[in-house]
Design a protein around this ligand. Structure first.
Ligand code: DC
Length: 226
């Protein structure tokens, strides 16, 4: 029997991270935060002094990337390690998000990371969070969700997340940054951010996270995944 995968794709700030982490806990399924992999690649490139748009160098870093994810009881659920160092905080800045979006536009680097992502698929199931989970990485997933929210709401959520973490941020700068990142993720040649043909849309604007989770759970139940 193939292991079920529930893919959740969508733009930044749509609530994917929170929803995926909560669902993984509830279903007791594995969790793939594919954005974290691109963030780790971006950080590695920075640390090596590699130009983030240099296809060849970034791709060879992607092939050799020494990363690990370990469970934690914290709200992020996993710690991210790069070359044996816990970089969970370092990869969560807006700066790291932009670097991730730049290296993620390189097709061969994405290709080099495919098997690693697919290896997360293990019994009893996988919740996969990203931009191309339903369109490229797990095309056969039995349930694909496309999570969206208005641009204003996404910027406000990111702002709150940063303030809660004690990081100062201007809402206007954040809005511009999110818009630019989304545009790059949508317009890139390889694996652009777009809904899979068979994806179910959920607009989370003004919707409490518990309600979003309830809707996804109902969909998963109706397809007999849980
Ligand atoms: O979800 P996130 O903010 O952690 O993702 C960071 C960047 O990584 C995002 O701007 C685009 C890229 N990304 C991607 O190209 N494909 C994925 N499956 C996940 C993230």
């Amino acid at each position: 029997m193939t292991v079920p995968v529930l893919t959740i794709d969508g733009p930044g700030g749509a609530g994917k991270g929170t929803v995926c982490a909560r669902l993984a806990l509830e279903f007791e399924w594995h969790l793939l935060d594919s954005g974290a992999i691109y963030r780790l690649l971006g950080l590695k490139a920075r640390r090596e002094g590699v130009d983030l748009v240099d296809e060849e160098s970034v791709t060879s870093l992607a092939r050799e990337l020494a990363i690990q994810f370990t469970p934690t009881s914290g709200e992020d659920l996993v710690r991210a390690w790069l070359d044996g160092e816990d970089v969970s905080r370092a990869i969560r800045t807006e700066y790291a998000g932009r670097d991730a979006s730049l290296v993620a536009a390189i097709g061969p680097a994405r290709q080099a990371l495919l098997d690693r992502q697919r290896a997360f698929r293990a019994p009893p199931g996988l919740i996969a969070d990203g931009r191309d989970m339903g369109t490229v990485v797990f095309v056969d997933a039995p349930l694909k969700i496309f999570l969206t929210a208005s641009a204003d709401e996404r910027a406000r959520r990111r702002h709150k997340q940063l303030i809660d973490k004690g990081v100062g941020a201007s809402l206007a700068d954040l809005s511009a940054e999110i818009e630019e990142r989304d545009r790059r993720d949508r317009e890139r040649q390889v694996a652009p951010l777009r809904p899979a043909q068979d994806a179910v849309f959920i607009d989370t604007t003004g919707v409490p996270v518990d309600e979003v989770i309830r809707q996804v759970r109902l969909l998963a139940e109706s397809r007999q995944l849980v």
